[in-house]
Design a protein around this ligand. Structure first.
Ligand code: NDP
Ligand SMILES: N[C@@H](CC=O)C(=O)O
Ligand code: NA
Length: 358
């Protein structure tokens, strides 16, 4: 059996539980067993026999039977289980990410869509990788880039089979893809910028605070994650990132205040768009990983409507790998944000671990 502890039961975490629940109920031989859940205030642990939690009533049980969240007791419970356990971090918490070395030390495997551990302090990243190898514990994080799209697994296979990456470029933000697909187009009905941002948030594409999408930080984190996999120790401190959050809105205390204030800047964004459209171009927000030239960056660009990056729909990502074997780039395209496709990526990582430990 694979014992699973889930930290974070918000949009992505709750969808993952739904997908796990459907799988377990449809597959009597399923090896997955959820034995612990937690959010920022409450945790629900199974009993000393490590029986599976009831996934059809988890939300009620967490609220009514849960105890105060305590990461140490949560991790100790998982590490003392009779069979190997996997902890799934569905938060965007740096504090949780900083604890990954401890999770591994305690014998846990890790699956996560949280970008923080792999794009923050380089020493944390290296410690996680080294400890994972030393303790033979797996850490999978496919959904950190392009949600469930096989971006990291493809790059890993390219690299370990000896291919040489020349450049990786694309549209890495589902939120910004949706926003500019809807806002910056040469024809058709158009909504105001702030209204489109609100829809992206309602659709579950954005980070908990949409400014982490609009300021380029989410794309920057993805660029750093990919760069580090290619062997270039890029850091958020040195990567040029274009922040499109209007200056006065950057320091507002909450996402709620930000969303309420954004309509004041609809004209500002309209002007940006009009300028691009004059040249029969559209605005798109792109990321570039340039391991050879050293010019990785994250920016808003104007592109001709005929450009492959201009033709996306919805929250689509497009990632183009130019390598020695693929001079005409290997392209991955599809929904790069949203609960279902993110949970899919997490769940597929869980299968990968279970196939490797048994
Ligand atoms: N939305 C998407 O399309 C994608 C999201 N991701 C990543 O998935 C992660 C989750 O995103 P999402 O589900 O949208 O976020 P939500 O804000 O909906 O959920 C976050 C969950 O984490 C919990 N949490 C936060 N901090 C802690 C903590 N310190 N200890 C325990 N629990 C904590 C929250 O608890 P509480 O409710 O009590 O605050 C909540 O249950 C993020 O890292 C995001 O970047 C990755 C790819 C795509
Ligand atoms: N907010 C992110 C979620 C996936 O990483 C995005 O919009 O791409
Ligand atoms: Na992915």
């Amino acid at each position: 059996m694979v014992n699973i502890g889930i930290i974070g039961v918000g949009l992505v975490g709750s969808e993952l539980i739904s997908q796990l629940s459907a799988h377990i109920s449809q597959n009597k031989t399923s090896t997955f067993k959820v034995i612990a859940l937690m959010n920022s205030t409450k945790q629900l642990l199974s009993n000393s026999s490590y029986l599976p939690l009831n996934l059809s009533s988890w939300k009620k049980d967490l609220n009514t039977k849960g105890t105060t969240s305590n990461l140490t007791s949560f991790i100790n419970y998982l590490s003392e289980s009779p069979t190997l356990s996997v902890v799934i971090d569905n938060t965007s918490s740096q504090e949780i990410a900083n604890s990954y070395p401890l999770f591994i030390e305690k014998g846990l495997h890790i699956v996560t869509p949280n970008k923080k551990a792999f794009s923050s302090d380089l020493n944390l990243y290296k410690e996680i990788k080294e400890k994972s190898n030393e303790k033979k514990r797996f850490i999978y994080y496919e959904s950190t880039v392009g949600a469930g799209l096989p971006v990291l697994s493809t790059l890993t296979d390219l690299l370990r089979t000896g291919d040489k990456v020349i450049k990786i470029e694309g549209i890495f933000s589902g939120t910004l893809s949706y926003i500019f697909n809807e806002f910056s187009k040469l024809d058709g009905e158009k909504k105001k910028f702030s209204e489109i941002v609100g829809i992206a948030k309602e659709n579950g594409y954005t980070e908990p605070d949409p400014r982490d999408d609009l300021n380029g930080l989410d794309v920057a984190r993805k660029v750093v994650i990919l760069s580090r996999l290619v062997g270039k120790d890029l850091s958020l401190d040195t990567l040029p990132v274009e922040n499109i959050v209007p200056e006065p809105l950057r320091t507002l205390n909450s996402a709620t205040e930000f969303m309420a204030s954004l309509p004041q800047y609809d004209d500002h964004f309209e002007t940006l768009n009009t300028t691009a459209n004059k040249n029969r171009q559209v605005l798109r927000y792109v990321g570039v990983i340039d391991p050879i030239g050293g010019k990785s960056e994250v920016k808003l660009v104007s592109l001709p409507y005929s450009h492959p990056f201009a033709a996306l729909k919805g929250s689509d990502n497009i990632i183009a790998f130019t390598t020695e074997r693929f001079p005409s780039p290997l392209i991955i395209q599809g929904a790069g944000a949203g609960a279902a496709v993110t949970a899919f990526g997490i769940f597929s990582d869980l299968f990968k671990i279970s196939e490797r430990i048994f």
